[in-house]
Design a protein around this ligand. Structure first.
Ligand code: SAH
Ligand code: SF4
Length: 352
């Protein structure tokens, strides 16, 4: 029986070196292949012209590069956001988004298909959990956009693990992705240009702090009292706000990095001055930044984004307490750029 091909994007550099050694190849072959994958963004072994023909043939027979197939691609009306629904080898699809803002091109990558956390307002949460993505499948999303940008003479500058799924419930693959994309002889993206967004899996935040990576940690907070957060983000019942903030303080102590807090503004739910006050109280003495994001309405949740007057009242409280914050633009609303929304729409279409 033929064995399954080796997915090259699943290998870190030492693993690729071992593979070449086991094939009796000289050690420098690993670096050549690594550069084809991560510097030249090759999609075909025939492009790897500095490898002997016999090695290219063996690679083609026994390995795959793992180029995901775009099932659907949408560009926002302003042209600044591109969203791809990518099909993986087993037929499952994941969303990845490319955003252009000033001089940055940021790819938002999915780490799971669906998500087991089930935040009430989130399209991914509403679809339930299907499976984890492998490191190679997450890396492939970044390479997909890097190839598109390369064709236009541009470069991917930032990565956010903020697409479908909870990266800290797929810890090994998420960390392998960060290390892979930051590899200096390969994709070479500075870790400072990588953000990991989590709903707040406390033991995993503590583990991440010990890795002492210079990445940005973003916490999807959305509420500053346990009573409200229990309702919006069910995992809060397991890891409540006190434990979460203790972990954030430890993260800042261990890494020296500022923590970002994401707050989706939901009209009449978490946009009150009381919640803003409670948020400020939680942030006392913490190196932090707050990102306010208007809710993207989803079919499974009846609430609407906060009206401008409520946003103003909320930000006024943050200003008074000198809490650093940004009000995010609504990007790509016309292409369902909210996490999980394109896949949700697509499965509605194909299931009709
Ligand atoms: N699971 C991780 C990362 C993926 S979610 C996390 O929760 O942080 C990425 C971000 O999108 C989170 O901040 C999440 O709260 C936000 N989000 C989810 N659904 C949204 C919606 N309908 N409108 C606006 N933001 C949403
Ligand atoms: Fe999962 Fe994040 Fe969506 Fe919550 S917001 S359901 S943690 S993907």
């Amino acid at each position: 029986m033929a064995t399954a091909p080796i997915a090259l994007l699943e290998l870190d550099f030492p693993a690729l070196e071992s593979l070449m050694e086991s094939w009796g190849e000289p050690p420098y072959r690993a670096l050549q292949i690594w550069e084809w994958l991560y510097v030249h963004l090759a999609t075909d072994f025939e492009q790897m012209t500095n490898l002997p023909r016999s090695l290219r043939a063996r690679l083609a027979a026994e390995t795959t590069i793992g180029v995901p197939q775009p099932v659907d691609t949408l560009r926002s009306a302003d042209g600044e956001t591109l969203k791809a629904l990518l099909r993986m080898a087993d037929g499952e699809t994941v969303e990845a988004v490319l955003m252009h803002y000033e001089r940055r091109y940021t790819a938002c990558l999915s780490t799971q298909i669906g998500c087991p956390v089930g935040c009430v307002f989130c399209a991914t949460g509403q679809m339930g959990f299907r499976r984890n993505l492998s490191a190679g499948e997450i890396v492939a999303q970044a390479l997909h956009f890097a190839r598109i940008l390369r064709a236009e003479g541009k470069r991917l500058s930032n990565i956010v693990l903020m697409g479908m799924g909870e990266p800290l419930l797929n810890y090994e693959a998420s960390l392998a992705t960060i290390r892979r994309l930051a590899h200096p002889q390969g994709f070479n993206l500075g870790q400072r240009h990588i953000t990991l967004s989590t709903v707040g899996i406390v033991p995993a935040i503590e583990r991440l702090a010990q890795e002492k990576l210079p990445i940005t940690l973003a916490i999807s907070l959305h509420a500053a009292t346990d009573a409200l957060r229990d309702r919006l983000v069910p995992i809060n019942r397991r890891y409540g706000l006190d434990a979460l903030f203790e972990a954030c303080h430890r993260y800042v102590r261990e890494t020296g990095r500022r923590v970002s807090f994401e707050w989706v503004l939901i009209g009449g739910v978490n946009d009150t001055p009381e919640q803003a006050q409670a948020l400020c109280a939680r942030l006392v003495g913490l190196l932090a930044h707050v990102n306010l994001i208007p809710l993207n309405p989803t079919p499974g949740y009846k609430e609407q984004p906060s009206p401008p007057a409520a946003v103003d009242r909320f930000t006024a409280v943050l200003k008074k307490h000198r809490i650093s914050h940004t009000l995010r633009l609504r990007r790509g609303v016309d292409i369902q750029a909210g996490c999980g929304q394109l896949r949700q729409r697509y499965s509605e279409l194909v299931n009709k």
